[in-house]
Design a protein around this ligand. Structure first.
Ligand SMILES: Cc1cc2nc3c(=O)[nH]c(=O)nc-3n(C[C@H](O)[C@H](O)[C@H](O)COP(=O)(O)O)c2cc1C
Length: 395
């Protein structure tokens, strides 16, 4: 039988482990996913968030290992997205009298839109809810990453139930940060930020400020809705969100991103990569065909030099490169401090590289050089000229 995991006296993790999930709305979840839900035994039995609907039985089984699920009095929905809310109707079925709390107005509107009117109670920033010995306070965190998001702070236990903020897509048998490989935890936290939270970096920074405003001793744990619970590394993840991820500060690091049909564009990409290396700059060559766009964006987060290459095909850039650029632009990275460079091969009209250039322009990169368009297969002289462009970029 699946069991709950106690995280503090009378507080249990009752979520689900989605070990085999490898794709989640366009994100490559190479380490699987956890859907975290938390059960609190107090005068009023409270469940914070639920799981994706396909894991409702896992949720019920873990709750049942502690208490009869029909005894749940309160469900707090920090976020309407299905991976946290799809099991709410099941909980309502087994506990018909439970009250369901969500943020005003977007949480209530979203839950109604998904599951009909289950008589939701709305809460807003600063509202408190007493469940017995414990009192919760709510802080709405709109657009981290949907309009309805909120976090729930358990004042007595000093736990922040942060939902998507500070999450990671990481299925693991151990629930706490310090029980896992911290390099992997931080890697997954960064990738999650780069692909989910990044467009809302101002709101995320404000959320960190609000958390810090609670005071230095106010946080024992951050319990997100995905991944491990922060217990020993609370300060590390707050610092990373504030000083690294949300800051937009870029490092002397280059990414060469490309696709190719007959390897002409690839040979330019390799020359550029080598030239960056020769300059002592940390560099990665990433084919959009071979690397998932969510992994490219993880690398992109703090890279200063972004070179993007495509040959011309049917008067366009390759759709794989266009797809990556669309994905990148959707995440709204702060590109003002980044140097962009477009390149590619063509047969009779250099529209592939020129269109990449336009996309980089509209994404806000600094583009000191024109697109490098090389006719057919590049000669040694042309590759050498490509290398010179790197010197110009980093000058
Ligand atoms: C299906 C196909 C369509 C192409 N369409 C164009 C085109 O519209 N304009 C052009 O200049 N070159 C066109 N080309 C030529 C390529 O751009 C050229 O072969 C280039 O060197 C390929 O670079 P790559 O080796 O990086 O794929 C086309 C090639 C193929 C295979």
């Amino acid at each position: 039988m699946l069991s709950a995991v106690q995280i503090k006296p009378d507080i249990y993790w009752v979520g689900a482990l989605d070990w085999n999930e490898r794709e989640f709305h366009g994100y490559a979840t190479d380490a699987g996913i956890t859907y975290n839900a938390y059960l609190i035994l107090d005068e009023k039995v409270t469940l914070i968030d639920t799981t994706k609907g396909t894991f409702k039985n896992e949720l019920l089984e873990r709750i049942s290992s502690v208490i009869d699920p029909s005894k749940i009095d309160i469900v707090i929905s920090n976020h309407v997205e299905g991976d946290h809310s799809e099991s709410i109707p099941t909980i309502r079925e087994v506990a018909p009298n439970c009250k369901i709390y969500s943020s005003a107005p977007s949480g209530v509107k979203g839950l109604t839109g998904h599951y009909g009117d289950l008589g939701y109670e709305s809460v807003k920033t600063g509202d408190t809810l007493s469940i017995g010995k414990r009192t919760f306070t709510f802080v709405q965190t709109p657009m981290v990453h949907w309009p309805d998001n909120m976090v729930t702070y358990d004042i007595q236990d000093k736990i922040l139930f942060s939902n998507d903020a500070f999450g990671q897509h990481y299925a693991t048998s151990k629930r706490f940060d310090d029980e896992n490989d911290m390099c992997e935890v931080m890697h997954q936290a960064r990738k999650y930020y780069a692909n989910i939270v990044q467009p809302y970096r101002a709101q995320a920074a404000a959320a960190v400020k609000a958390v810090r405003g609670l005071g230095p001793d106010a946080l024992d744990m951050i319990a997100p809705a995905h991944g491990v619970i922060w217990r020993s590394h609370v300060a590390d993840i707050l610092d990373a969100y504030e000083q690294v991820y949300s800051s937009g500060v870029v490092q002397e690091k280059a990414l060469v991103i490309y696709d190719t049909m007959y390897d002409a564009t690839e040979s330019i990409a390799r020359a550029l990569t080598d030239a960056f290396q020769q300059q002592g700059i940390s560099t990665k060559l990433m084919s959009v065909k071979k690397s998932h766009e969510s992994d490219i964006m993880d690398e992109f987060l703090d890279a200063k030099y972004i070179c993007v290459g495509s040959p011309t095909m049917n008067s366009q850039m390759l759709s794989s490169v266009a797809g990556f650029l669309t994905y990148m632009k959707g995440l709204s990275p702060k590109n003002g401090d980044r140097m962009g460079f477009a390149f590619g091969s063509y047969g009779w009209a250099p529209l592939g590289p020129n269109n990449v250039q336009k996309e980089l322009e509209s994404a806000g990169f600094q583009l000191p050089e024109k697109a490098l368009a090389i006719n057919w297969t590049p000669s040694e002289e042309q590759l050498s000229a490509a290398r010179d462009k790197v010197a110009a970029l980093i000058a």
